[in-house]
Design a protein around this ligand. Structure first.
Ligand SMILES: Nc1ncnc2c1ncn2[C@@H]1O[C@H](COP(=O)(O)OP(=O)(O)OP(=O)(O)O)[C@@H](O)[C@H]1O
Ligand SMILES: [Mg+2]
Length: 302
């Protein structure tokens, strides 16, 4: 069982991993751990959904197992595969040694020795230090049949391999699913989970995150960077910058020895925060200056 006794403790432990977590997120993490329920995190890109799984694993001293979802991912490649190459070599060796017994060979070829464990099977295996954290990342990229399969795997934490039998997790893994909501994930799967929408952080929280992730940035620059990105997010952009972009941008500015934001600096480094030409074009001319002035005005003490 997972040894966390309060929401505060969750928050502190994640902070120990440089993960800044608001009360609502800490609460849902605490409940997921306490009740042993999967946690479903949905939200904009770059808001710390993947990172929290890493932080939880590190904070609890558990192994992190990641299943990266993609279009066309099927149950077999998420659970296990047979090592065909090794099986072929075994067959050739047996043939070369002369007249292998076919049945004996067959039973030998489908043993653990030739099994390649994929993330879901790995997550069912006992681990030193306790059940692992299983991150099922970007589930919205897979299709419905895979979701249905996951639903089953997550309800009994066991997988069946026809040649080997059923493998059951001695202790259920801590499951975290993420989605960027490029499509809606089925209700049945969501219902099994605790749900949380991960939004962009407010100014104070984003500044805290920047302090944690780019501590070498001076306070004044950090505040300007966060204020500008926050202002930028209120614009009608094709792709709004996430927290990841804020951190990247601050690091770029540091690398260029920038101490103060100016429209020129912004124009030169916009590629760190905006990744679409249409969005970058919007900030050409006087637009960057206008946003910067507004962002800076908001920073002045009342
Ligand atoms: N709350 C946070 N505390 C600390 N760092 C954070 C936080 N949120 C985001 N980050 C930083 O932002 C980076 C990107 O976060 P992450 O990859 O988890 O985003 P994501 O929500 O999974 O995005 P995507 O949907 O694009 O996969 C992380 O590597 C981390 O440095
Ligand atoms: Mg992610």
């Amino acid at each position: 069982m997972v040894q966390v006794s309060s929401i505060d403790e969750v928050q502190q432990r994640l902070e120990g991993q440089d993960y800044v977590c608001d009360r609502a997120l800490a609460t849902v993490v605490f409940l997921a751990l306490k009740l042993g329920r999967p946690l479903f995190l949905e939200g904009e890109a770059g808001t710390g959904k993947t990172e929290i799984a890493k932080a939880i694993a590190a904070a609890l001293g558990r192994r992190l197992i990641r299943l990266q979802c993609y279009e066309g991912l099927d149950a077999a490649s998420a659970v296990y595969d047979w090592n065909f190459a090794a099986q072929m070599i075994a067959i050739r060796t047996a043939e070369a040694a002369g007249g292998a017994d076919r049945d004996a060979l067959k039973s030998e070829l489908f043993t653990e020795e030739y099994l390649i464990e994929r993330p879901l099977l790995q997550a069912m295996r006992p681990q030193v230090g306790g059940a692992p954290v299983l991150l099922i990342d970007e589930i919205d990229r897979t299709d419905e049949p895979f979701e249905a399969f996951l639903l089953e795997a997550l309800s009994d934490f066991q997988v069946t391999i026809p040649e080997l039998g059923t493998i059951r997790a001695p202790e259920p893994p801590i499951v975290i699913l993420t989605s960027n909501r490029t499509r809606e994930v089925h209700d049945a799967l969501k219902r099994r989970c605790l749900y949380h929408w991960v939004d962009y952080p407010n100014f104070e929280r984003e500044l805290e995150i920047l302090h944690a992730r780019a501590p070498e940035a001076a306070e004044a620059l950090s505040r300007e960077v966060v204020a500008f990105v926050q202002r930028l997010r209120t614009e009608d952009l094709f792709k709004k910058p996430g927290v990841a972009e804020t951190i990247d941008w601050a690091k770029c500015l540091l690398a260029l020895d920038v101490i103060d934001l100016s429209p020129e600096v912004i124009a030169d480094t916009l590629g760190a925060i905006l990744k679409y030409q249409d969005d970058i074009a919007r900030l050409q001319g006087s637009e960057a200056k206008r946003l910067l002035d507004e962002a800076k005005a908001g920073l002045e003490p009342a």
